[in-house]
Design a protein around this ligand. Structure first.
Ligand SMILES: [Zn+2]
Ligand SMILES: [Zn+2]
Length: 89
């Protein structure tokens, strides 16, 4: 069960989707805590720490802040910037 948010950046007006939660089978969606890059992670895979390092120097985590992919602004007021919420399982 997860959800995809349609978000509009309050700073640059860029629209983007942000997916959270665990979705299809054993795949979980993680985001980089520095740049917001999305990564699908199979939680049943044996992973080393290195697999969760982003090239930017950040770390992929399931509680990274929502970040605009264009201007990298952290979306503080998520509900205010959300245009639509898609639930999926
Ligand atoms: Zn990153
Ligand atoms: Zn932006």
């Amino acid at each position: 069960m997860g959800q995809t948010l349609d978000i509009k950046c309050p700073r640059c007006d860029k629209k983007f989707e942000w997916s959270t939660g665990s979705g299809f089978l054993e795949v979980e969606i993680l985001h980089c805590d520095k740049c917001g890059k999305e990564k699908e992670w199979n939680k049943y895979d044996l992973v080393t720490d290195g697999d969760l390092d982003c090239p930017c120097g950040g770390t992929f985590t399931d509680d990274a802040p929502i970040r605009c992919p264009k201007c990298k602004t952290e979306i503080a007021d998520v509900s205010d910037c959300t245009q639509e919420v898609l639930m999926w399982d």
